[in-house]
Design a protein around this ligand. Structure first.
Ligand SMILES: [Zn+2]
Length: 319
């Protein structure tokens, strides 16, 4: 085997590569901001104001980024998450501003209500006190409205992240009925109830006032459930499946890959912040560990990687 590891042979036989086209950068847009603000728990990451977002996207396009996923923080929250589907909402405005400058940029949108509801839950809740929980079927029309408003504003891919049963099918139907057959669905089909989301909640200001998300996100102990959920989403019409988080769930990634449709992996905020913290302390070499983490995610089967390291990686790939 060492013949294959001769120095000049190594690049010839490399099995996986990170390409610029593989990377999707998550952008936070906050309607309450006038100027971008650093996200404390994610050193190097920022929340942007609506009028800065197209400029930031342009900066990223210049170094070769092909796709962004947008997360919005609205000015107004209410019980029904109505600002999530307002045609002048934070995401809808941001999509139009980016599209105007960069028609070629692929815009993916997060379809969920947790940043738009007062209680921080992902949809409509029912019940009271201890039994309060997300109502699956009451929340589906809300997700349809959100996805449709994003498509109307120009989104290329909508990404339902609430893990509601039937959400992919109901969004597919309503997009098709409204003439948006060309809009893709990226389903958060394997979204685990992970402690790695902590820094994101800081960024998205989406802590909840009661309950938790364990009835709609998956138990980290479960692999078969992830495969069942992914197969269901595929049958409901998902174009791309997702595994989230990435690094602790590479086994899930490799089994979901076998379904045979494209798979995205989300290297989440906690994965980012752990690497950042160690490198800021001089304990690890950031560049080496980031590239190793991304190549491991690709090797496990990801076609696309959502990562907060995208901007740095794009620059490294040019060197
Ligand atoms: Zn949510």
């Amino acid at each position: 085997m060492r013949r294959q590891r001769r120095r000049k042979i190594i690049p010839l036989l490399q099995e996986n590569w990170i390409r610029k086209e593989d990377l999707i950068y998550p952008l936070f847009v906050d309607e309450n901001l006038e100027k971008c603000e650093p996200i404390k728990s994610m050193p190097g990451q920022f929340s942007y104001s609506v009028h800065e977002i197209a400029g930031k996207a342009e900066e990223l396009a210049l170094i070769g980024l092909k796709a962004v996923i947008l997360f919005g923080i609205p000015k107004n929250k209410d019980n029904t998450g109505s600002s999530a589907y307002n045609e002048d909402g934070v995401i809808q405005k941001s999509i139009r501003l980016i599209k105007e400058k960069l028609p070629e940029m692929v815009i993916i949108t997060d379809v969920c209500a947790c940043e738009y509801t007062e209680n921080g839950h992902c949809g409509i809740t029912a019940g009271c006190h201890d039994s309060i929980d997300l109502d699956n079927d009451l929340s589906l029309p809300l997700m349809e409205k959100i996805a449709l408003s994003h498509a109307k504003a120009g989104a290329d891919i909508v990404a339902p992240s609430s893990m509601l049963d039937g959400v992919v099918m109901s969004i597919r139907k309503s997009l098709d009925l409204a003439g948006f057959q060309e809009v893709l669905i990226l389903s958060y089909s394997s979204k685990f109830a992970s402690a790695l989301y902590g820094p994101f909640r800081d960024a998205a200001k989406s802590g909840f006032s009661f309950g938790d998300r364990t009835t709609y996100q998956m138990n980290p102990a479960n692999a078969r459930e992830a495969l069942m959920e992914s197969e269901l989403d595929f049958k409901e019409g998902a174009d791309i499946l997702m595994v989230k988080p990435a690094s602790f769930y590479l086994d899930i990634l490799s089994s979901v890959k076998k379904i045979g449709i494209p798979v995205a992996a989300y290297q989440v905020s906690g994965e980012y912040s752990m690497i950042k913290a160690a490198s800021m302390n001089g304990w690890i070499n950031e560049r080496a560990i980031v590239m190793e983490s991304l190549i491991s995610i690709k090797r496990a089967g990801a076609d696309l990687i959502l990562t907060y390291f995208a901007e740095e990686v794009l620059r490294w790939l040019d060197e």
